[in-house]
Design a protein around this ligand. Structure first.
Ligand SMILES: Cc1ncc(C[n+]2csc(CCOP(=O)(O)OP(=O)(O)O)c2C)c(N)n1
Ligand SMILES: [Mg+2]
Length: 564
């Protein structure tokens, strides 16, 4: 006979989680969460992991959720443990990922009464969760059972519905905590939202046809998971030469008609030409957009209409010109759009955009023939060596920005924590993703500060040989030498770039990670010859590439100049 915790509330939370699709639970050790740990671990439908550091555990779970696109739970004890989930919670909130945060608590009566490991956990994550529920132990009659079930059904619906995001389930429990009983049948509830296909009413169709007829249309796609159906719809829409489609590598949508390197293209457009590139209608799809330049371009050259498509943040007005919010699945919306009747192929707007990008791309070869060894050269090299079908995880700061300057590869999937653009969890996220998709090769490209910040990601027993880390050590926050401002201050080197001499060899040794070091192109080329080969070590490998901090910013500037 299978067993479970003797706490009724723990049984109920676990049963509801499983009924709502939770298959992976990342547990962090503690005592207060014992009833939930026991109930999850004893459940044969759940795969449990143990990661001590809750900040890292949160991002590890996020990486699993990225790969599987299903709700993934984290579970911790009471007190500051729960607060350490906060960075991953905000990232999940703005990246629309279904993270289920379960925190054990003291019974409510003991909060603020001088008990250990007790803080105010109710509503801890405030507005950064889609729903928050708080339970005591008391399921003692039908009404209290209905209450718990209804709250959990609501929470899971908001976690994993059309607009995905994190939820918080706080559970106050008293001692003893380790009791077990035989499993009994548990009554669970689910509530499903029935949306149906998106259909435009006739009046709206006519209005949209008018707006689209003979006008310049620009589609901007932000962060998005790979989606073949959306690609097909975009392909059809972009058959019309009046449509320019701008994507980033994190859009995971590639097509010869699209512009894949927005900054590279925008960099080649002169001030006088800019108005010719401004759209009449802007259609935006997906999550975060990396390019700052396109945001500022669209804010300056505002289209008459901005149609935002998607369920998430329907009133987000990134370009200060939102006119219509279509709360629909992007594929359904595009199907409707493609069925409209309006005059197409009048302006050649799309080739205007594409030409700019192609000319810039052609100039890259010449630039890389004479560039000095620096960050930009390193990116050219390492991106070229990436094996087909890699899952590429890009850390924030200048890594994600450099990666935008090179054409994405069709078979590679691109991931990055662009919800909040933090430097606090990129490695843990990649480690989680590598665990969740074990048959794929995962490559993390990270800066030094991001890497050292999240070094507890390596304190993880699920690391394996399908993960490679490329650490670009420019001895500080190189981004602060690139962006205007910091380098003109007396505080630049100490407070912003935060120059240091730390290297990763000892960390790798401590965590049993095979370490390589490179200081020039030749070193990198030599290492890359065998870096990706599958080895039986069961451990990840890391290459630390030391780049010259004082050269990096100048070469990047030279890159943009050469492409202009
Ligand atoms: C949690 C968090 N703290 C601080 C920042 C601000 N910040 C942005 S980039 C950066 C430096 C990152 O340096 P590194 O990872 O070495 O990347 P590089 O700029 O050198 O490419 C900092 C501190 C942030 N984004 N997130
Ligand atoms: Mg750096």
């Amino acid at each position: 006979m299978p067993i479970t915790s003797d706490k009724r509330i723990a049984q109920q939370v676990v049963a509801q989680s499983v009924a709502n699709g939770v298959k992976h639970v990342v547990c962090s050790p503690g005592s207060r969460n014992a009833p939930l740990v026991i109930a999850f671990d004893e459940n044969p439908q759940v795969c449990c992991y143990v990661v001590h550091d809750e900040r890292s555990a949160g991002f590890f779970a996020l990486g699993i959720a990225q790969m599987l696109n299903e709700p993934v739970a984290v579970l911790c004890t009471s007190g500051s443990a729960a607060v350490n989930y906060f960075p991953a919670v905000t990232e999940a909130f703005y990246q629309y990922l279904p993270l289920v945060v379960i925190t054990a608590d003291r019974p409510a009566a003991w909060v603020d009464q001088g008990d250990g490991q007790t803080i105010v956990q109710k509503n801890l994550f405030g507005k950064h969760v889609r729903y928050s529920c708080d339970f005591g132990e008391g399921i003692h009659d039908n009404e209290s059972l209905w209450h718990v079930n209804r709250e959990l059904a609501t929470a899971f619906n908001l976690c994993n519905g059309e607009w995905k995001g994190p939820i918080h389930i706080n559970v106050g429990m008293s001692e003893p905590l380790y009791g077990k009983v035989d499993c009994a049948e548990i009554n669970v509830r689910r509530v499903e939202t029935v949306g149906g296909c998106f259909k435009l009413p006739d009046r709206r169709r006519t209005e949209m046809e008018q707006a689209l007829s003979g006008t310049r249309k620009l589609v901007l796609i932000g962060q998005h998971r790979p989606d073949e159906a959306l690609l097909r719809q975009m392909e059809q829409f972009s058959d019309d030469t009046d449509v320019a489609v701008l994507v980033e590598n994190t859009s995971n949508l590639q097509h010869e008609r699209f512009v894949h390197c927005i900054d590279r293209a925008l960099n080649s457009i002169t001030e006088e030409e800019l108005p010719d590139f401004a759209p009449d209608v802007l259609i935006s799809i997906g999550g975060a957009v990396v390019s700052k330049r396109i945001k500022s371009f669209l804010r300056k050259n505002r289209p008459k209409q901005h149609w935002k498509v998607g369920f998430e943040f329907p009133f987000m007005d990134t370009f200060q010109c939102l006119t219509h919010s279509f709360q629909s699945d992007p594929v359904d919306f595009m199907k409707e759009l493609n069925s409209l009747n309006y005059s197409r192929n009048t302006l050649n707007f799309s080739s205007k955009w594409r030409q700019k990008d192609l000319i810039a791309r052609d100039r890259m070869g010449e630039f890389f023939d004479r560039v000095r060894f620096s960050d930009i050269k390193v990116f050219e090299l390492i991106l070229d060596y990436l094996p087909e079908r890699t899952q590429l995880h890009m850390a924030n700061s200048s890594v994600i920005r450099y990666c935008q300057l090179f054409d994405p590869v069709r078979s590679i999937k691109y991931w990055s924590n662009r919800g909040t653009s933090g430097i606090d969890g990129s490695t843990s996220t990649a480690v989680g993703a590598a665990k969740a998709a074990p048959d794929d090769l995962h490559v993390l490209i990270t800066g030094d500060i991001s890497f050292f910040y999240d070094s507890n990601a390596l304190w993880n027993k699920y690391l394996s040989n399908n993960l490679r880390i490329i650490l670009i050590n420019n001895r500080g926050g190189g981004i602060f030498r690139i962006i205007p401002g910091p380098s003109e201050t007396a505080q630049g080197k100490k407070y912003f770039e935060a120059h240091h001499e730390q290297e990763a060899d000892k960390l790798c040794e401590a965590f049993g990670i095979t370490y390589h070091r490179a200081e020039c192109s030749k070193d990198i080329e030599l290492c890359m010859e065998t870096f990706y080969a599958k080895k039986n070590t069961g451990r990840p490998e890391l290459i630390e590439i030391i780049t010259p901090r004082e050269v990096n910013d100048g070469e990047l500037e030279a890159f943009f100049k050469a492409l202009r």
